[in-house]
Ligand binder design. Structure first.
Ligand SMILES: [Zn+2]
Length: 294
């Protein structure tokens, strides 16, 4: 149901449909939305300049983020939300991910900047003076809201258990943003979820490849066993020089193949504890019920 803007002759992407689904698994409501890329031109400047009105998504992003430019592809409507019956929530969205991109404060993780300065093309040289992470590297771990307690933990996600063949009740993959770094590599942020009868598993991945310079994989894994009241969250930052990975060049686009060969620089292991279920109110959907996707 795309509509064409008659004045500009382009597709009015703000009117493209949003695809969404919602499912209940035990004490959790899993919901996702998926839609078009962020438009690059504000079509409603008058409305957006009026502070009493809600701005368009582009204006919301540019105002909130305060970075010189956005990634080439941003998916503002791609959102995954998991809500526990106690009211606690974990959400994943592009805006919050981009908020963790260092701007102004850093020259931090542009750690490879010397190598990069030598190798980068002239069109990017002007960007080096800006204290802005032009690789859009994030250490986003999801957005938590409501009654959720985050504590360090020694417990680890059981990777062997995840390899067991269990029925997949629900699977979804969402792109939050991507940038090709002026054809010098790739910067991407994606999210995958799968729900099995006994558990759910989420992988939020930031992947950066600066051609001939460096590789970075920032992963956040979340695992929940439905018989427990907590979610394990593991964040790892892996990075190395381009030449440190001795693999055929054709796998350099595939973070799954690269990641096992990259050293872990930092790791953070946490437990997100969710409160007890609220007793269901009459006529209401039972938030603690056990139901499955058809
Ligand atoms: Zn606008």
């Amino acid at each position: 149901m795309s509509t064409v803007n008659q004045f500009k002759g382009e597709i009015d992407i703000q009117r493209l449909p949003v695809n969404s689904e919602e499912h209940i698994f035990h004490d959790w409501v899993v919901k996702y939305k998926k839609s078009h890329i962020l438009h690059s031109i504000c079509a409603t400047t008058e409305k957006c300049n009026d502070v009493s009105q809600e701005p368009c998504l582009l204006c919301l992003y540019t105002r909130t983020l305060d970075i010189p430019h956005l990634p080439e592809m941003v998916f503002p409507n791609n959102i995954l939300t998991l809500t526990h019956a106690s009211g606690g929530q974990i959400e994943f969205n592009a805006l919050d991910a981009l908020k963790t991109v260092a701007n102004g404060k850093l020259p931090i993780k542009v750690a490879c900047s010397e190598e990069w300065n030598e190798s980068r093309p002239p069109e990017l040289l002007k960007e080096k003076i800006k204290p802005f992470d032009w690789t859009f590297s994030n250490d986003y771990k999801g957005t938590i809201a409501g009654p959720v307690t985050v504590t360090p933990t020694d417990e680890r996600i059981d990777i062997e258990r995840l390899k067991e063949k269990e029925k997949i009740l629900f699977y979804q993959e969402l792109m939050l943003y991507e940038d090709e770094l002026h054809d010098n590599g790739i910067s991407s942020c994606t999210i995958k979820i799968r729900v099995m009868p006994s558990s759910f598993f989420i992988l939020l991945r930031f992947f950066l490849r600066v051609d001939n310079v460096m590789l970075r994989v920032n992963d956040t894994r979340l695992f929940h066993d439905f018989t427990t009241d907590y979610v394990l969250r593991e964040f790892t930052n892996k990075e190395c020089g381009f030449g440190d990975v001795q693999l055929p060049l054709n796998v350099f686009g595939n973070p799954n193949a690269l990641s096992p060969h990259m050293p872990i620089r930092t790791a953070l292991y946490e437990k997100l504890t969710f409160g007890a279920c609220n007793p269901p109110t009459e006529g209401d959907q039972d938030g603690c019920s056990t139901s499955k996707i058809e």
